[in-house]
Design a protein around this ligand. Structure first.
Ligand code: FAD
Length: 288
């Protein structure tokens, strides 16, 4: 991911442990038509290497679909030898990009890593990977203090992070304040904005409870009004995400990372609505 500094990327999750890999093929076939700069693949916190399909899907994307892939990797329950095994597998498949994460602390037994920055340092010493990290525009759920978040971002950069992908957010003004703070604190690496289209009220309430993202009044009205009308909520959620993305691109953010929920219909609708805006921004960056 070194060709330039502006990215439009997608995020998918692997099928459940007891579902075969092929259950994601249809989604990937349709998502690849969007021609994103890369697709990231999530990783189950505490998931065992044997059951984890992140490496397989990242390899499929890279080697079969010929799309750059970014493998998420959590460390909360890992021993160094687990990380050795998975990074050797990723490297043997030609995967160069890792999103180095701690994983949520659900009382999972810790092993050799306390924080994501420890994982960064360990992977950095392997000298084989481009390390990307998570950042939190509203602070992390365990600690909402943005000063501590900025300190943690700096720690991650010192330990090898070359760019960030943010936690999802629904209020662009919160994101802009966070960006201002990061930049004025001397953080100059690219930060991509993670956008999640809202298509289900219960799902979004569960996710925001876990990650602490604020639901602004405008989105709350949409959720309440269309919660029992699946299609209407989906259309309104797509429109809300498009509105957020256009505003972010026009304001000059470093990139958009779209959480697809493995739903190509939604991702394609969003892509169709922003195609020419993406083309314009890509042309701008080409001319730098
Ligand atoms: P850390 O950076 O380690 O931070 C965790 C907490 O510890 C924070 O409160 C931080 O302030 C604090 N902290 C960090 N370092 C120190 C220190 N030295 N001293 C004291 N406190 C410290 N989860 C998954 O399970 N799978 C995924 O695929 C996945 N993908 C994600 C993708 C993105 C873009 C994002 C934003 C999150 C993702 N998550 C995923 C969720 C993530 O694992 C959780 O948010 C997790 O709780 C924190 O991960 P982290 O890497 O940011 O941790």
């Amino acid at each position: 991911m070194t060709k330039r500094n502006w990215f439009f990327s997608l995020e998918v999750f692997p099928p459940k442990v007891d579902s075969p890999l092929r259950t994601i093929y249809k989604a990937l076939n349709e998502l690849k038509e969007i021609n994103p700069d890369f697709i990231s693949v999530t990783y189950g916190a505490g998931g065992s290497l044997v059951n984890n399909k992140t490496a397989e899907i990242s390899s499929l994307l890279k080697n079969v679909y010929k799309i750059e892939s970014l493998a998420h990797l959590t460390c909360i329950s890992s021993k160094k030898e687990d990380i050795d095994k998975i990074t050797e597998k990723l490297s043997s498949e030609g995967i160069k990009n890792i999103l180095a994460l701690r994983g949520d602390d659900n009382g999972i037994q810790r092993n050799d890593f306390n924080y994501a920055s420890d994982l960064n340092e360990y992977i950095k010493n392997k000298d084989k990977f481009n390390i990307i990290s998570a950042c939190y525009p509203e602070g992390h759920i365990e600690n909402r203090d943005l000063d501590l978040e900025i300190e943690n971002m700096k720690r991650k950069i010192n330990n090898g992070t070359t760019s960030f992908i943010s936690q999802l957010f629904f209020d662009n003004d919160i994101y802009y304040k966070f960006l201002d703070k990061a930049r004025s604190s001397g953080i100059n690496v690219p930060i991509q904005a993670r956008i999640m289209p809202v298509i289900n009220k219960k799902q979004i309430e569960r996710i925001t409870t876990l990650c602490g993202a604020t639901i602004p009044p405008k989105l709350s009205k949409i959720l309440n009004r269309y919660e029992h009308n699946k299609e209407a909520l989906r259309d309104a959620g797509i429109a809300y995400a498009v509105d957020q993305i256009i505003d972010l691109i026009s304001t000059g953010v470093d990139g958009i990372h779209l959480y697809t929920m493995n739903n190509p219909y939604v991702a394609n609708k969003i892509n169709d609505s922003i195609k020419l805006v993406l083309k314009a921004i890509n042309n701008e960056y080409k001319n730098y």
